[in-house]
Write a protein that binds this ligand. Sequence first.
Ligand code: 13P
Length: 280
Amino acid sequence: MALEKVSNILQEAEKRNTSAIAFDAFDYQTIYSCIMGAEAVKKPVILMLYPTMDSLITPRIFAETVKDLAKKVSVPVGLHLDHCSNYEYILSAIREGFTSVMADGSTLPFEQNVAFTKEVVRAATVFGVDVEGELGHVGSAGNESDFCNENSYTTPEDAAAFADATGVASLAVAIGSAHGHYVKEPKLDIERLREINEATKTPLVLHGGSGIPQEQLVAAFKNGINKFNVGTEYFILNAKLQKDFFGSEEADKSPFGVVPFVRKNLQSYIEKKLELSVWS
Ligand code: 13P
């Protein structure tokens, strides 16, 4: 298939009262394993690039790789630029082929976040590109206060006002998750999520997906999350697989053996993770 618009994938998720899963990736193997894992279990998948990883893979090569592999499978594949707070960078990613972008103004005061996000939506709309905004800052899982402090969580009123004012296609919310390794087990505020979901029709996004207990994810997906972002877990697994392979005798048998070994195991992880996304 050709690439699918992320907004279409999220609308389908919303109809099914579930979430699509979006994975950060940074090279051919991590992109390939995501797309082939999704094909194996017949579920949509979204591939995301962190701008900070553009020294590992350029936005153009990332976009072209996702597009090329999407053509080889039958499931919908979305392409998204993850966290970006730089207007020019977002436009350059659109030029390089990204069909969905995140305008991350979450560290700005509300009015400035609205103004920045609105400006990105205005430009992206010209190219038919979807925009994800963020309201209430999703910080670092290494700082307990970043995910346990309810003062930084999204409120239903602000979410509704932000979605209306900006016209974003999706909205990332702060309800108790954070990026990276959690210093203590997170506890998502599902009641708040339910209220945000009632207050706005915009599909909601949950960031900081690595390390959230499964039962909380099931509850989040049933209460309004339509896009779920995972990065750290996938990167760490990839590094561990490389280490395992090169520490084994298999590494001496062929200079290419690492590729099928890593792909197979990354793909199994993706297939398992996608079980959370109830698509039938
Ligand atoms: P983790 O790296 O914590 O899984 O979060 C990923 C994410 O939210 C990317 O936007």
